[in-house]
Design a binder for this molecule. Structure first.
Ligand code: BES
Ligand code: MN
Ligand code: ZN
Length: 499
């Protein structure tokens, strides 16, 4: 679907979209169409008790007096209160509605409104939301009939300053590109997406100016990454460590980068601690953290962010086999710390231990944020509305919380402390990879990761097991892979760390 911006005019075909304010008050564009249609808009508003509340839609199909297919009225509530996220949600809802009614093209007639954002900013954000909602993963549908394919080709916003809207949109579109890549990666099945093919997708980003390096099994052995390699050893697929660098800061050379680290388990069977069959297919998106890191790096490079950033992904497949690691095995991590693997299904932390340590040794980053579909327990505590946030740094936590609210990818901080840390102490090694009980499962996982964070490095861990995938449509997220983390961290960067 194409989003475009043009000067004010009223096309004579396709759908027309106009705003309605709080209390059913018509915007100037709506009032003008109401006149042309001899009051059809107002009659529809009365007939449907349409209040103009934010998020409401009301369709007037084939109105007399116009050649257009429909006039879609969009509730905007009080325009002064509309946030960027509200506008994106409105755009997403419009795109979903137009798709459902099989519209092909639509023109949004924007008005100057008192209070709130300029029309250009409103249009750009609504366009962004429409794009985000129109994502489809249909690579493997070979028999789709024409009437099953979305027909929506174009939404054009008409406003006084189309150039300003276009500029704002172009930046947002790069973020959408990143989100789409993350969704694609999460949606790909594990026979197609495994560590090497995942890394190959990331390598394509060199054309945006990213530096992409990949470590193979041999190199990881040399570096002593016994923790990650233990997870990988049951799989026929070679593990990979993906390292992406973006140098966008002015005087790039001497600025410590922000580091983003992702769990990239391309399929998680649980290993010898095998998962039950029901729902195991979900574990194709156990690389959601790594997918978000790649999508974020794509967004940053795409919009030429003025920041130095590095993305590191530990890519493995967790399989049971004759070569798989056993419960009770002891592995030695790159940090030198030894781990008794009591449950081979608690593999994400084992992968991240070496990825986190490598990132600190190699890049001495200013801060680290890791993303991981780490624990089922986080879904029990927070459901699907918040990712779990664990951190050693109040400032970084606050920044993530604010950025999350702004984009609608919210995070909720959970506690960490010495008492929780103690639960992973081990009789025969430096630590064990599970605590024993199920109590506080997401916290003990975070405590495990923190043992691989050097003192003085601000660090945040996002447990995205509940937010990387959605089984129901949301205004800017169709069901499937959500791309959670890309917009959150892109906003963290732009709001607090750029220039
Ligand atoms: N990948 C899973 C966590 C997960 C569960 C992600 C559901 C997405 C949806 C992780 O590797 C895992 O298996 N965790 C175990 C840890 C346990 C063995 C301590 C879990 O949550 O049950
Ligand atoms: Mn697991
Ligand atoms: Zn996992």
């Amino acid at each position: 679907m194409n989003i475009s911006f043009a000067t004010p005019s009223v096309p004579t075909s396709g759908a027309l979209i106009v705003g309605v304010l709080e209390g059913g008050k018509l915007t100037p564009s709506a009032a003008s169409l109401n006149k042309t249609t001899q009051g059809a808009l107002e009659r529809a508003i009365d007939a449907n008790a349409f209040s103009g509340k934010r998020g409401e839609l009301l369709d007037v199909v084939a109105p007399a007096g116009l050649n257009n297919s429909r006039v879609l009225m969009v509730g905007m509530g009080a325009p002064a209160k509309l946030t960027e996220k509200d506008l994106q949600d409105i755009g997403g809802n419009i795109a979903a509605h137009l798709t459902r009614v099989r519209e092909q093209k639509a023109a949004v007639l924007m008005d100057k409104l008192r209070g709130g954002k300029q029309a250009a900013e409103r249009a750009a954000n609504a366009g962004f939301g429409a794009v985000l909602r129109s994502y489809r993963f249909n690579r493997y549908k070979t028999k789709q009939k024409a009437e099953e394919k979305p027909r929506l080709k174009e939404i054009r916003f008409h406003l006084d300053n189309p150039a300003a809207a276009k500029r704002a949109f172009q930046r947002l579109e790069k973020v959408a590109d990143g989100v789409f890549m993350t969704r694609d990666l999460a949606s790909e099945p594990a026979n197609i997406l495994y560590p090497k093919s995942f890394a190959a997708e990331a390598k394509k980003l060199t054309k945006l100016g990213l530096k992409v390096q990949v470590l193979g099994e041999k190199e990881m052995q040399k570096l002593g990454m016994g923790s990650l390699l233990g997870v990988a050893q049951g799989s026929a697929h070679e593990p990979q460590m993906l390292v992406m660098q973006w140098q966008g800061a002015p005087n790039a050379k001497d600025k410590a980068p922000l580091a983003f680290v992702g769990k990239g388990v391309t399929f998680d069977t649980g290993g010898i601690s095998l998962k039950p069959a029901g729902g195991m297919e979900d574990m194709k998106w156990d690389m959601g953290g790594a997918g978000a890191v790649v999508g974020l790096m794509k967004a940053l490079a795409g919009r030429k962010a003025k920041v130095n950033a590095v993305g590191v992904c530990g890519l493995v497949e967790n399989m049971p086999s004759g070569t798989a690691q056993r419960p009770g095995d002891v592995v030695t991590s790159m940090a030198g710390l030894t781990i008794e693997v009591l449950n081979t299904d608690a593999e994400g932390r084992l992968v991240l231990a070496d990825a986190l340590w490598y990132t600190q040794e190699k890049f001495k980053p200013k801060l680290i944020v890791d993303l991981a579909t780490l624990t089922g327990a986080i879904i029990i505590s927070l459901g699907h509305e918040n990712a779990g946030l664990f951190s050693n740094d109040d400032k970084l936590s606050e920044q993530l919380t604010k950025a999350g609210k702004e984009v609608g990818e919210e995070v909720w901080r959970l506690p960490m402390s010495a008492a929780y840390d103690k639960l992973i102490d081990c009789d025969i090694a430096d630590m064990k990879n599970i605590s024993g009980g199920r109590a506080g499962g997401s916290i003990t996982a975070a405590q495990f990761l923190q043992r691989f964070i050097k003192d003085g490095t601000p660090w945040a861990h996002l447990d995205i097991a509940g937010t990387a995938w959605t089984s129901k449509d949301k205004p800017t997220v169709p069901k499937g892979g959500t791309g959670f983390g890309v917009r959150l961290l892109d906003t963290l960067v732009s709001k607090y760390y750029e220039k």
